[in-house]
Design a binder for this molecule. Structure first.
Ligand code: ZN
Length: 198
């Protein structure tokens, strides 16, 4: 199919909530193929439809590495039906070239979605794995939420965006999930204690 241009941070479609897919039509299948082609061309591990300017509820992920065979996963109309735990995730995004920062994520998620054939499936990703974090990152794109909205340290995120000539952090978009923040602070405290005892 085709490699599409990736929408960059600052463009409106990244902040728009996406619409449900009513039917997994040929048009949607073509969109999925374009998304996979674009993701692989950019060496990404995930891509959501709004990142190629289509505000529909579709994302793709491939967390295979090195010599492993490609493992494209397609999520249409995804819903996160369970989430638990907390982890610190060092993330980037194809819409934020070169910019990485630490964000707050759940450690475990369960997602329900349709695959590329319109069949429903449930998938559980655990232990703060790349898949677990990637599902949350891509799901957010469908809500118009971006990874920097979950920044652990907003000042660090602001510095990173500035360094790579990206638009400034939208402070009003920062997400506050007190329970998650509390668990992350405990994690950080445990990390510091471990380092002090080393
Ligand atoms: Zn992204």
């Amino acid at each position: 199919m085709a490699i599409k241009k990736v929408v960059k941070y600052g463009e409106a479609s990244l902040r728009q909530p996406s619409k449900e897919v009513h039917k997994v039509s040929q048009k949607i299948k073509n969109l999925v193929q374009d998304m996979l082609d674009t993701m692989y061309a950019q060496n990404g591990v995930g891509l959501a439809a709004p990142q190629i300017g289509e505000n529909v509820r579709v994302f793709v992920i491939d967390v295979s590495t090195g010599n492993e065979p490609l493992n494209p996963m397609v999520f249409i109309n995804p819903k996160i039906i369970k989430k638990s735990g907390a982890c610190i995730s060092h993330e980037g995004c194809l819409s934020f070239p070169e910019a990485y920062t630490d964000v707050k994520r759940y450690e475990n998620v369960m997602v329900k979605a349709l695959d590329n054939n319109g069949r429903s499936f449930v998938l559980e990703a655990k232990d703060g794995s790349l898949l677990a974090r990637c599902i949350q990152h891509e799901f957010d794109h469908l809500e118009g939420v971006l990874f920097v909205d979950h920044s652990i340290n907003r000042f660090e995120a602001e510095e990173v965006l500035k360094k790579y000539n990206l638009p400034p952090l939208q402070v009003e978009k920062l997400i506050d999930e007190p329970e998650l923040t509390e668990k992350i602070n405990e994690l950080k405290k445990a990390q510091v204690e471990k380092e002090q005892n080393a």
